[in-house]
Every structure is written in structure tokens, then in C-alpha cells.
Design a binder for this molecule. Sequence first.
Ligand code: FUB
Ligand code: ZN
Length: 632
Amino acid sequence: MHISKLTSTEAHLPFARWHGLPLESVRLSAGFWAAWQDTNRRVTLPHGLQMLEQAGTLDNFRVAAGFKDAPYRGAMTFHDSDVYKWLEAVAYELQANPDPVLRQQADEVIDLVAAAQQPDGYLNTYYQLVEPQSRWSDLDFGHELYCAGHLFEAAAAYTRATGTTRLLDVATRFADLLDATFGPGKREATSGHPVVELALVKLYRATGNARYLDLARFFVDVRGRGVMRGLGWLKSEYHQDRVPVREQDIVEGHAVRAMYLNAGVTDLYLETGEAALLAAMQRQWRDMTGGKMFVTGGLGSQYEGEAFGDAYELPSDQCYCETCAAIGNVFWNWRMLLATGEARFADLIERALFNGVLSGLSAAGDSFFYINPLLSRGGYARQPWYEVACCPPNLMRLLASLPQYFMSHDDGGLQVHLYGTGTAQLALESGQPLTLSMQTDYPWDGKIELRIDEADGSRWALRLRRPGWCTGAAVTVNGQPVDAPAVEAGYIVLDRAWQPGDVVQLDLPMEPTLVEAHPRVDAVRDSVSIQRGPVVYCVEEADHPGVNVMDLRLDENAPLRAVWREGLVGRGAMVVEASGAVADLSAWDGLLYRRAGKRGDLPLRPITLVAIPYHAWANRGANAMRVWIPRA
Ligand code: FUB
Ligand code: ZN
């Protein structure tokens, strides 16, 4: 199918199997994600601006611009990136919902950023204010290229949203300085924290300047010489610098760094078609999903280095699971999906979004988790902001740009990856509009209705993702069951001449199920977690008063019941009730170890377990919580 007037940054990538749609063409109007987007718009974005002010992050730009005389605020070299991510989030928001107040606020911030830039294009308020003689002296940890990357992403998004180039001009001046400084025969080194790679690709797409793509490729090529310092017991692998990108087989080191690098490497594949890059990505993906990913889509098993651990090292309590790592997982998998057209990547996007990403944000939208454990003994609460505030504005930009992950297209038709109530409005090359609406209560209900509102009657394939968690998907077109529909790479393919008024109904049965982990995952052996559709559940203290949730057991043979709980954490949610028990540990009083008794000799008191969506935990106080529950 030929869709015209595509201006998305992902449109028509030379080596993409599928192409992204312009952000503004897909709109979520009601239901689960629309409510989160609304909270992001009304609460989280304004809160972010207030926090950037309070933390002194904006003042750093005022001081660097000479508007104010004060010391640099913050303990890190990379606070500038929080401003850039906020601006990027605002750009996506403005693209969908022009808002003069928000626009004015963002323009004022952009004025500050522009005023802080040095005449040669350099921009980093930490180095300008604290170590002016030390530019590019600590690429491993200085984060100058990291901040530059976030600036480039914001600039590309803001220009697309508003048509103004003020921020883009700042970005290209800085990128030109990078181009003059780094490269073959120049400084042959790269950043200890990736992101500049994917950002330069975005800048290339926004400007058409191929030097930015070349520089992205250089930063990928120069990586992997084992020269970076590492952190703690992690050596250069902490920075993904142990082996060259094309030879890497495993995910290792700092999880956010790994995800951002892989997103950039996949971008490079999408532009160049270099098979070795995609092959390395496929190997890493298998390593990650085969042994190093939490059931929530969270990443990072170790506090030390916020890093991936060994295969099957997936501790529920001491895991890291930084919100940014789950978001990075979405970024990378989106690019893998565009590159391959395989549903397993969209499945993973969905897993991360509903679970390990969303747990990072409170239901009210104004406090955040940085670390997302799968087990808490209590006392762990979201914070309004952090000294290292990378996660909050990352959530803001992801939520504001969420519709772009719902659909894609190719010459043969449209693909639907995520489900939610809303519309897609596209212009076909015939000049006719193509309008689709989707109606669903997903993720609480698996029934999805898609209606073709406007079409030109041409033949094309509508592909609907059949989620990996789903067995027995059923589909009808205009009320007629489609028996044994064609399924390709995880997508149900409906290939026909579509007419206005055509209705597709997809039914994804959504029974609560128990999930177990590979037997080598020591930390959760003999335990199960509850999942319903894409949503991972947990048990929280608030629903089991007077009971220590660490003593809960689940009866795997009893049925699970999904029950709608009105008003749960504000919006209401489907909870899952299960039969289980509380273990009586009185025989253990005063003991930590003892001669082993018989398996199952603990007295058990029956109880009904109430499991809530994992993403909704810790909204009723700093409760104890666990995702994995020992079997009774
Ligand atoms: O180093 C920049 C960001 O801060 C990382 O991505 C996060 O893990 C946090 O350490
Ligand atoms: Zn973060």
C-alpha cells in the first residue's frame, strides 16, 4: 500500500521490512493508554518542568549563558540531558495536541539552551562551568556525547512538531563540532555511554546530512577495543567496549547503555542493510531473552554497574530493572520489529510497556521509580525526582510518543502491533484517505474491533499481531468467522479489498495463567507468577492485611478468577483472585537454619490471594510486594 506524505523519522528507511507512521496519524482517544497519556500531559510534564527548575538543572543553562551567577547545580556531569528529554517529550505532545502554554514554556527553555551554547558549537553546562579546560578529557564517564545525543533527539522531534529550527540549529552546530573532532584520523574514540549513535541517525534523518550518519557509523565502529575504564568489578564490558559490536554475542554491562547502543546499531542496519549488524543484534536478543530478562521486561540483575548479570541470574529483590533500561528495551525492539517484521519484538515491547516501564510511574503521575524490583519487603516508595533524574523524563517522552508504536506500514498494507482505543488517519497515494478506528478495553479485555471508516477500495493486507501469550485467537470480518487465518511471523494476515464500513473483530482470549521460570533461575525456583494477557501481576500487602506477603503460597491447581476492581489506584483495574495459603512459621521462631524437615511440612492456613497488576504496586503506600509466589 502506498501511503503518501509520510514525514515520520522512521518513514521509508531503506532496509526496513516495515515503516513507522507519522506520530500524529495515530491517536489514542480512550482507554488504558489514553488515560496514561492524559496524566502525562496534565501532571507529569508540568511536574517535570517544576523539578528541573527546583533541581537547578535549568539554572545551569542560565549560568552558562551568563544570565545568572551561581555555582553549577547537581552532582553529575549529565543533568543537561534531563532538560533535553523533557523538551523531546514536549515536542511529541505538541505534535499531537498543540498547546500554546506548553509551547511557550518549551520555547523559553530552548532560548536558554541556545544562549548557553559556546561560539564553536560546544554545549555542556557541567564542563563549561566546572571544568572548562577538560572538554573531551573523560569520554568514558564525562557524558558529553551522551548529552549531545539527547539534544539531537530533542531537536529532531521539536523541528518535526513545530517546524521551527532554533533547537535544530543548536544541535547541528554541536554535531558539526563533533564531526570536526571525532572520526578516522581525528580523535578515534567514543562515549562511555551510548545514545549519540541513534541520535546522530535521527539528526541525519531530520536534516538529510549524511555526515551525521557517517559519524554514527564511526562511533559504532570504534567501539569494542577494550580501552574503557569500567566500573567496580566490571571492566570495559560495562560500557559495551569489550568486543567490537559486530562480534558481540551477549548482552553485558550497564543495561541502559546496552539498550541505547543496540537501538543505534539497529538504526544503522536500517540505513545501511549491513547484515553483520543485524546478525549481532539477533544473537544478543537471544542471549537477553533466553536468560537475562525479568518477566516484567525489566533488565539489569546487578546493582553494581546497573548491569546485566549471568544467564539465569534474575533475583527478584536485588534486581536493578532501571526504568530507563525497560524503556531502552522498547526502543531497541521497535527497531528490530521494523527491521524484521517479526511479532516477537512487538511482544517484548508490549511486555515491557505494561510492566517494567509503567511501574516506573505512580498512578498520579508525579513520582517515579528508578529501580523496579520484583519483590519488596516494604519501605520502598517512588520519589518525586532523583539526583540522577534520567528515568522521569524518559517516561515522559515515551508516553508522549506512544501512538507511534501501535502501527506500521509497508507497500502491502498496514500492521497493528499494539491494541488500544483510537484512530489512525492516513493519506493513500491515490489521494484518498484511509481511516481506521479501533475500539477495545485492552488490556483488561481481549476483544478488539477495528473498523475501516474511509478507504479507496484497493486490496491490501491488514496484519494483526497475535500476541505470544495468546492461544486460540479468533477473527471475524463483517461478522463472518475467518477460519484458520493465515499467520505470518506472528501476525494474522487479512488480505482483501477493504471498503468503508468493513469491520474486523479480533478476540484474544485472556484467561489468567500461571507462569514459571526456567529451572535454572534459582531465585524463583518452585514459584509461579500470574499473568493475564500482557499484564504481569503481583501480590501486595495492602490486599492481605495482617499477613506477611513473604509467607504466601499459591495453589497452582485451583482456578484463577479475574475480577474488575473499580477505582483501584484511581483508574480501576482487573485483579486476579487465586486460592492459596499463609504458611505458619511459628516452628521457626528463633531459628535461621535447622536440620532439614520434610518438604511441605509447614502448616498452611487457606487464604484467597488477590493479585494486582505489577505496574500498579506501591500506589497505596510503601507496601511489601512480590511477583513470584511459591507454590503451595
Ligand atoms: O549515566 C546516565 C544515566 O544515569 C544512565 O543511563 C542511568 O543508568 C543513570 O546512571
Ligand atoms: Zn534512568
